[in-house]
Design a protein around this ligand. Structure first.
Ligand code: SAH
Ligand code: SF4
Ligand code: F3S
Length: 475
């Protein structure tokens, strides 16, 4: 019963926004008749893949209203910053860019500016925007992204900044129009939010409790994408492998993967991010047995020291993590593994840091995203007293990169001689005769070819390697 009620709320929300999209369409077409040109939009994404996928929905709603994409923000009629606050420098960049945007708006008075995403879920940011960034027209958050049409319509009809920030998530609103990055590869939300409360991390405070989409909603979306040419999908969630626990009819992430594996025409299934504490044997078996599930996993370790992991509230030890890696490699011998690492968490000693280097050497990651710990107000770690001095962190960070690059280079070198299938993604930015693609195990391959191959899956032979990619030849 409750479920019906809730889904009705979500459906009526979508209908309401569709009406606002129609109103905006009428407004924009009148504007076009007066001026002889269409209005354009520019979306800036500063965050993770989930943030980027939200931007695809923002773009989808805007195109539905009649806006056209602008390549630069300087000349756009509507500019929207979809922000991230995971580290301090992500926020600083946004403030810096907003300064420049004010200058553009002074030249182009009818420009509308919106800011949304994780940053705006913090009171301290709202206060700053209210005080020093009065030229911003709309400020909204992560829980009401789908309200863009309504907010934009009201903003056009009124003066001043419109703030609409919710403290918690409402129902999941499905079927928001989306512009996917390309036809052959698409991101699909599996879960929203996170309730792990790792001691350093702001995400649970700005993205709310973990919610899972219903399996049928996910499968229907993927089916539609496949009908439109999608070959590879990426299932997204902050802790994607805990999917399904809170559904009315709970299912496991492995079971979801098994269902998706049956979608005809789909060729590759990826997912991120997996939390080590939720990496079940069932999931490893499913990765092994489901042909379409790629033999690659992003498995953030954060630190190799069990002591630091305890303070981080990660809920696994170094030993447990290494056990998992062993299980993965035994079940799927050609699997590749990537990770996230934080250097300089409060209390990290040289010995703790050495444990992290030890894990890197043992696991042999194909890539790692490395971060200097950034203090986030409101998180437990921000109150910890034993913060590590900057010079010590910088020195460790450099040593971390040195060890990591050696390992990454070795993983790439080990690919030489293999014949693999790649999904061709784009023309190389450095050389227009070279294309790039990715193997099932997420190894980046450069090879000579022509643009018409983009989007196809091809066999190549790996003939050489660099630190971060390999060189292939078509066969
Ligand atoms: N949900 C994912 C990742 C979310 S954020 C997970 O649990 O692994 C992406 C990465 O940013 C994290 O894995 C972590 O390495 C890093 N990160 C998060 N908070 C940080 C902070 N305060 N300082 C530095 N890096 C941080
Ligand atoms: Fe942040 Fe931890 Fe959640 Fe990842 S699992 S988003 S690091 S709280
Ligand atoms: Fe950043 Fe929010 Fe993603 S804080 S990392 S954009 S969930």
């Amino acid at each position: 019963m409750i479920e019906r009620e809730n889904s009705n709320i979500a459906t009526s929300e979508l209908e309401k926004q569709q009406q606002y999209m129609q109103k905006m369409k009428a407004y924009l077409s009148e504007w076009e008749q007066k001026t002889g040109r269409k209005q354009s939009y520019f979306v800036l994404t500063t965050g993770c893949q989930m943030n980027a996928h939200d931007s695809e929905k923002l773009a989808g709603m805007l195109e539905n209203m009649g806006y056209i994409a602008s390549l630069t923000e300087e000349n756009a009629d509507f500019v929207i910053y979809n922000t991230c606050c995971i580290r301090e420098n992500a926020e600083e960049k946004v403030y810096g860019r907003l300064g420049r945007l004010k200058y553009y708006k002074n030249k182009n008075k009818h420009m509308k500016i919106a800011i949304c995403g994780c940053m705006t879920q913090q009171d301290i940011v709202i206060e700053k925007l209210q005080k020093s960034y009065k030229f911003v027209d709309i400020v909204f958050g992560t829980f009401n992204l789908y309200k863009l049409p309504e907010l934009l319509y009201h903003s056009i009809k009124t003066e001043g900044t419109l703030f609409d920030i919710w403290k918690d998530a409402g129902e999941i609103v499905e079927d928001i129009p989306t512009v996917y990055k390309n036809a052959f590869q698409a991101s699909v939300n599996a879960t929203y939010g996170c309730e792990n409360f790792c001691a350093y991390c702001i995400v649970p405070y700005v993205r709310g409790k973990e919610r899972s989409r219903k399996p049928d909603d996910i499968i229907n979306e993927i089916q539609k994408l496949v009908n439109n040419g999608a070959k590879e999908i990426m299932l997204l969630g902050q802790n994607v492998n805990s999917y399904g626990k809170n559904l009315e009819a709970p299912i496991t992430f492995a079971q979801l993967l098994q269902k998706i594996n049956e979608i005809e025409g789909l060729q590759r299934i990826r997912f991120m991010t997996s939390h080590p504490k939720d990496l079940s044997d069932e999931l490893i078996e499913t990765m092994k047995n489901c042909k379409k599930v790629c033999n690659y996993i992003h498995l953030p370790i954060q630190s190799g020291s069990s002591e630091i992991l305890k303070h981080m509230n990660r809920r696994y030890t170094k030993q447990q993590y290494l056990e998992l890696v062993k299980k993965l490699k035994t079940a799927i011998p050609d699997i590749t593994i990537s990770t996230d690492i934080i250097v300089g968490f409060p209390g990290e000693t040289e010995q703790d840091f050495q444990e992290t280097l030890d894990v890197i050497r043992q696991v042999k990651y194909c890539t790692a995203f490395t971060f200097i710990y950034s203090k986030r107000t409101g998180t437990p770690a921000a109150k910890m007293e034993n913060q590590v001095p900057d010079e010590v962190v910088k020195d460790r960070f450099q040593r971390l990169l040195d060890v990591l690059n050696g390992v990454v280079e070795e993983v790439h070198k080990n690919q030489i001689g293999k014949t693999v299938e790649i999904l061709v993604e784009e023309v190389s930015k450095q050389n227009s005769n070279v294309l790039t693609g990715r193997t099932e195990s997420n190894i980046l391959v450069h090879f000579e070819g022509t643009k018409d191959l983009i989007g196809s899956i091809l066999p190549v032979k790996i003939v050489d390697s660099k630190t971060f990619y390999v060189i292939g030849e078509r066969i």
